[in-house]
Ligand binder design. Structure first.
Ligand code: DX5
Ligand code: ZN
Length: 218
């Protein structure tokens, strides 16, 4: 199943004093998804924001809230983020939780679910979950900070996961996150990715609408 290419601007690269404005900018420039990077200062060496901020953004935004939980214990926060208005909640295979149960719980609460793997984690680690997720997120940088360099080893991993999707007739979206720009994005698209998180490349783009249009054409 080949999904149309989709941009998910990461609000991590937005204006943290005016997050609602950053969400509006994403929508005004053609995005339909908003990528929300949630960090606990433990699973990753950085802290961002929680369910209360997502709930505050929710009423004024029609964007699909793609919520990336970089948390050691995501199971403790599924309910608050679902209540806050997350449309999709993704959890890391490296997190300290029962991924199978947590992925099922996300869907029970309403949102779509996703499994995420870091650059150093082999694709085989998430293979057992492919038939119970709506999205697989392949990190193309080590999570924690925006603006890092794209890991050029990742297209091979993306291709492996895309192959399994094809062979098994699955329909999950294949998302990439970290260092995605007009150069690295097409490498990921050619490997089988269809959903592109872009923080720096989108929010710092000289022409954000042109950037969004280019991603849509991949
Ligand atoms: C890492 C974050 C970043 C961010 C996108 O934890 O998840 O990957 O979303 O970063 P850039 O600015 O590289 O697009
Ligand atoms: Zn992310």
């Amino acid at each position: 199943m080949k999904h149309a290419s989709l941009l998910a601007p990461s609000i991590l690269a937005g204006d943290h004093a005016r997050l609602a404005d950053s969400a509006r900018i994403a929508a005004e420039h053609g995005a339909r998804w908003l990528h929300l990077d949630i960090m606990d200062g433990h699973f990753v060496p950085n802290l961002t924001f929680g369910p209360q901020t997502v709930a505050a953004l929710r009423p004024d935004s029609k964007l699909f809230f793609d919520t990336h939980l970089m948390l050691s214990r995501p199971q403790d926060y599924i309910e608050p983020f679902a209540k806050a208005g997350s449309d999709l909640i993704s959890i890391h295979i490296e997190a300290d939780c029962d991924q199978r149960a947590t992925l099922a719980r996300i869907r029970e609460l309403g949102p779509q679910n996703g499994i995420v793997l870091n650059p150093g984690t082999p694709a085989a680690a998430i293979e057992p979950f492919l038939d119970q997720v709506d999205l697989v997120l392949v990190m193309t940088v080590q999570p924690g900070f925006g603006g890092q360099a794209f890991n050029t080893q990742m297209p091979a991993k993306i291709a492996q996961i895309a192959k399994w999707r094809e062979e098994r007739g699955l329909a999950f979206r294949l998302e990439v996150d970290g260092g995605v720009d007009l150069k690295t994005g097409p490498l990921c698209r050619n490997a089988g990715a269809d959903t592109f998180v872009a923080g720096t490349a989108f929010f710092k783009a000289p022409d954000r609408s042109a950037f969004a249009a280019q991603v849509a054409a991949w």
